[in-house]
Design a protein. Structure first.
Length: 276
């Protein structure tokens, strides 16, 4: 299949919009600092660069949270980002947090174990959010959210997310322009949840391939049949649509049963009702 969709972004405009977004969401909530879980991968690295640019490196706390099987390379790459940006940082291993659960459920598969690690890391981040008086910045991209390749209340949890409307291929563009180390940009994407795990190996396709299809389905609103006619295999199109559908619950705030005309909602949480 030929590469027929141009997913190029306006680098300077995107950079400005996202930096402003971080400043506005942080100050709007009454904060001036941010906390980021820094894995050594491209997404968290880019969020770190954006947060440091928006808030100043002294106002960003980067937290490395390795498990005992985490790749040493991931820690090294996270250190490259920390040294490059000059952000505040700490390392909090999660092995002792999750091992009792794994011992209680020795038959848990890699997905369950990976979810437990992701949620344990978010416990650490929100603890440091309180300690550092900063908001947790999200690091997930649009591709991951559409496919459900994220852990609810784990890596998906955050106060706000600057990368959520960027496809993975667009994350690479912005990361390269902002100076994220090339070794981080070009290495195989991995959540590093078990030895030799890679995103694309687990998904069964590459980000370059799926971003092209997602752009047609979501941005251009083509039908599945039109995507197949454009050159995507029927099996691939059906598999991706199935992932989008079955993971839709991860992309919404938990619904509240409506019993009153003042049900809590995103609109209710604004200050409009109180003259602000």
């Amino acid at each position: 299949m030929k590469n027929f969709n141009d997913l190029s972004i306006d680098i300077e405009e995107t950079r400005q919009v996202l930096s402003n977004f971080i400043r506005e969401k942080t100050s709007g909530a009454g904060f001036s600092k941010a906390v980021i879980g820094l894995s050594g991968g491209i997404d968290s690295s880019l969020s770190g660069y954006l947060a440091a640019e928006a808030l100043g490196p002294e106002n960003v706390m980067a937290v490395r949270m390795p498990y005992k099987t985490s790749s040493p390379e991931s820690l090294e790459h996270a250190k490259l980002v920390i040294d490059s940006l000059g952000v505040q940082n700490m390392t909090v291993p999660i092995t002792d947090m999750v091992e009792p659960l794994f011992e209680r459920f020795p038959g848990a598969d890699n997905i369950r174990r990976g979810n437990a690690m992701a949620r344990s890391r978010m416990i650490v981040l929100y603890d440091q959010s309180q300690a550092f008086d900063g908001l947790v910045v999200g690091t997930g991209n649009k591709t991951e959210f559409l496919l459900g390749y994220t852990t609810l209340y784990g890596d998906a949890a955050c106060a706000f997310n600057p990368l959520g409307d960027l496809y993975k291929t667009q994350v690479r563009q912005l990361a390269r322009a902002m100076g994220v180390p090339e070794v981080i940009i070009t290495k195989p994407p991995s959540a590093d949840l078990w030895v030799d795990q890679t995103d694309e190996g687990e998904l069964g396709f590459t980000y370059d391939e799926v971003d092209q299809l997602l752009y047609m389905l979501v941005n251009q609103r083509h039908t599945p049949d039109e995507c197949i006619a454009a050159g995507f295999s029927e099996q691939f199109v059906k598999a991706v649509i199935n992932l989008i559908r079955k993971n839709s619950f991860k992309r919404v705030v938990p619904p509240i049963a409506k019993l009153d005309d003042r049900v809590l909602s995103e609109q209710f949480l604004t200050f409009g009702d109180w003259g602000r």
